[in-house]
Structure formats: structure tokens, C-alpha cells
Design a binder for this molecule. Structure first.
Ligand code: AVJ
Ligand code: FE
Length: 391
């Protein structure tokens, strides 16, 4: 008994530290900005940063403080303006959301209550509420805040003169709290060596999806077997150098943020003019462009099942999200949990799945079974390409 109690207490401390770390990342991202920049609408397909910030706090208030803690909302009906489904991104600049000092105190006030509720909660395997069992709701909160950090970084690419704060970074497992291991760096750090060639996988059965225990989103479950035909998949994602040949031979559009300069290309994200590095994975391409590139190269995009079956042998993963040929569909036996609006409302042939992670993704967010998705025309996400072929 004593041991169990201690384990719970120390994992509560670990949760509190991970929540604090997510918040340091969030605040680090906005540190160089003024209120005008937080409120500004930079693109109709992205929220103003003030909306993401209020939504992070409101999501935490809704799930932790209200649902688990049984407390009343701090700001009455405000929550409805932070509902992502009710309020499409293009409308968010006009909403009567919290701004400036009020916004910052809402983030702090919610967090203080979250920590009170954490203190009272039973997070053991025996917890009656499935939201609390194995700390599910806290895992979801940590992941959610980091996921919105990546969305905020998509917008920050559009802010002229923006510099990534030195205080933003991620803890790696086992590292002392307060020490930041990884810093966001843009352009991302080169990974050497850059392994050429492809991996051949024989036809066979593969287990796909998240195991029943441990945190995962509903769309990763249940784990199930799939039958795959033999295939080959490139070890390394498509590089900028290869993509330049494609756009020059086919007159396809350049990736988002590229501009011509002399006979070369520069990357203008954050108002910079960095020469495009031919060895880095290409990023900011749409699914249509990724699919066209693969066809031009005599290949195809991998399915998400192929990607997952071979994920531990791929290189360059963690730099760009990789478009797959798969529509975002429910796995057989899917059950929505804890809310239909995380995954279920997006299932169908409208959205394409991306796998992996990008330089802007926290390791708190990803797993081999993690499924990201977006519309096939989108390019503001950190999306790249890996090719496959039938074998
Ligand atoms: C998994 C990135 C598609 O931003 O729509 C954040 C993540 N869901 N808050 C999204 C998410 C709810 C989601 N993506
Ligand atoms: Fe969200």
C-alpha cells in the first residue's frame, strides 16, 4: 500500500512538472511578441495566437477543473468561443475572446485550479472514471498544449523577424526538470548520415495501432492486424534538392515560403531569406504535391499501415510530417473517447493522414501509432514526403 501511494504521489509530481514544461514552451513561443501580434489575424486558415492561448486554458478548464474537479467555469459562457468545431479558424479573429492581461491571468488561474484538482485525484489503475485511469486526462492535456504549440509555430512562420526563443525546448525522458534538452531550431538540424536507398518488406501480417494500455488518442485504437503486400519504402524523406528538380521539370509550384533568388531558391519563413538547403527534407508541400512528386519519381506515397509497419527502420523521421496515401478513417471497432470532436467528426475521405513528427513537434505528442491529419490542399503544416513502391 505504502509503495502504491508513493508511486502515485511521485507520478503526480511528474505530471505537474510536465504540465509546467508544456506551459514554459507555450510562454517561450510568445515571449518575443506584443499584444498586437497575439491578436493579429495572419491567415484565414490559422487562428490568432490569442485564440490558441485561450483555447489551451479553456480545454484544461473544461476537462480538469469542470469535468474532473466539478468546479464552475471561471468566466461563465466564454468557453463556447474556444470550441474548435463551433468556431472555424477564419472566424476566430472576430470573436470576443480574452486578450492581453486578462488572457494571461486566465491561463494562470486555470492552471492553479488544475493543480488543486490534481492533488485530490486518484489516478491509479483502479480509478473508476476512465478519464482518470492511468492519468488519461492529464496525458491528454499535456499532449494538447504541445499540439497547439505546433499550430502556433505554423503561424509564427508568417511573423516577420520572429526568432525562436532560447527558452523553448523539450525535456527528454529521464532528464532533470528545468533543463531543456532540445531546442526548436529553424532550419532544423541536419541529420548525418543521410542514408540512401530503400527498405524492402515482404508480404505479411502486421499489428497496427496503440496497445490497450498507456495513453493514446481514440483514433489509434483498437490495435489490429493488417495484411500488407510486399513493398519498398525509401529510408530518407524527399529532399529539397530532389524537389527542386521536380518543380523545374514539371513547373509544379514551389513549397510555401520559397522564393526564387537568382538561379536558386530561398526560404522566406519568418521574413528570412535563407538559401534552401538541398539535403534537408522538403517541407510545406500539400498532399496533392506530395502525390504528384511520387508519381513523377516513378513511386507512390506509402499507406499509413505501411509506414507504421516499418517506422523503426526509417531515417529522417522527426523532421517533417509525412503525407500518406490513406484517408483518415476509423479503425475496425473504433470507439470515440473522450469526445467525438477529437477524431470522429473528421473521419471520411476528406482528410489525409500524416505520420511521423516534425521539428516543431514535442516528443510528448508522438508515438509510432500517432495519426495526424489535414486537408489535402494544406501546406502551412510541417508536411513533407516519403516515397514507396510495390515490390
Ligand atoms: C491532430 C493536429 C489535426 O489541430 O485539429 C488540437 C489536434 N485537436 N486540438 C487539430 C487538436 C484538438 C488536431 N490535429
Ligand atoms: Fe485543441
Amino acid at each position: 500500500m505504502r509503495i502504491a501511494t508513493e508511486v502515485t504521489a511521485s507520478s503526480k509530481e511528474a505530471i505537474a512538472e510536465r504540465l509546467a514544461e508544456a506551459r514554459r514552451c507555450t510562454l517561450g513561443l510568445i515571449e518575443p511578441l506584443d499584444d498586437e501580434q497575439l491578436n493579429r489575424v495572419y491567415s484565414p486558415i490559422l487562428s490568432p495566437l490569442a485564440w490558441d492561448l485561450g483555447h489551451i486554458a479553456n480545454f484544461e478548464e473544461l476537462w480538469l477543473v469542470q469535468t474532473i474537479g466539478g468546479r464552475e467555469p471561471l468566466r461563465g459562457e466564454l468557453g463556447r468561443f474556444y470550441d474548435a468545431i463551433e468556431n472555424p479558424r477564419r472566424t476566430r479573429g472576430e470573436l470576443p475572446i480574452l486578450r492581453d492581461a486578462e488572457l494571461r491571468s486566465y491561463l494562470d488561474d486555470v492552471r492553479a485550479r488544475t493543480l488543486e484538482v490534481l492533488d485530490e485525484a486518484n489516478l491509479g489503475d483502479d480509478a473508476e472514471d476512465p478519464l482518470l485511469r492511468e492519468g488519461f486526462v492529464y496525458e491528454m492535456l499535456v499532449a494538447h498544449e504541445h499540439q497547439h504549440n505546433e499550430t502556433m509555430l505554423q503561424l509564427l512562420m508568417m511573423v516577420d523577424g520572429y526568432e525562436l526563443s532560447r527558452r523553448v525546448g523539450h525535456l527528454s525522458p529521464g532528464q532533470a526538470p528545468g533543463q531543456l534538452a532540445r531546442r526548436f531550431e529553424y532550419p532544423p538540424v541536419r541529420e548525418v548520415p543521410h542514408p540512401p536507398g530503400s527498405i524492402r518488406i515482404a508480404a505479411g501480417e502486421h499489428e497496427i495501432g496503440a496497445p490497450a494500455r498507456g495513453f493514446a488518442y481514440d483514433n489509434e485504437r483498437p490495435r489490429h492486424m493488417v495484411e500488407l503486400a510486399a513493398f519498398e519504402i525509401d529510408r530518407w524523406p524527399v529532399t529539397n534538392g530532389e524537389y527542386v528538380r521536380f518543380i523545374e521539370e514539371t513547373s509544379a509550384e514551389a513549397p510555401l515560403y520559397w522564393e526564387r533568388e537568382g538561379d536558386g531558391w530561398v526560404d522566406t519563413a519568418m521574413g528570412r531569406r535563407d538559401p534552401v538547403d538541398p539535403d534537408l527534407p522538403v517541407v510545406h508541400v500539400s498532399w496533392h504535391e506530395a502525390d504528384a512528386f511520387a508519381g513523377w519519381a516513378g513511386k507512390r506515397l506509402p499507406s499509413e499501415q505501411e509506414w507504421e509497419a516499418v517506422h523503426d527502420r526509417l531515417a529522417g523521421v522527426g523532421q517533417v510530417w509525412e503525407w500518406t496515401s490513406s484517408d483518415f478513417l476509423a479503425y475496425p471497432g473504433f470507439e470515440a473517447f473522450p469526445y467525438r470532436e477529437y477524431s470522429e467528426v473528421f473521419f471520411g475521405d476528406e482528410y489525409k493522414v500524416l505520420r511521423g513528427a516534425s521539428w516543431a513537434t514535442s516528443p510528448e505528442v508522438t508515438r509510432p501509432s500517432f495519426r495526424n491529419w489535414d486537408l489535402p490542399e494544406r501546406r502551412q503544416i510541417f508536411s513533407g514526403i516519403r516515397c514507396a513502391t510495390d515490390a
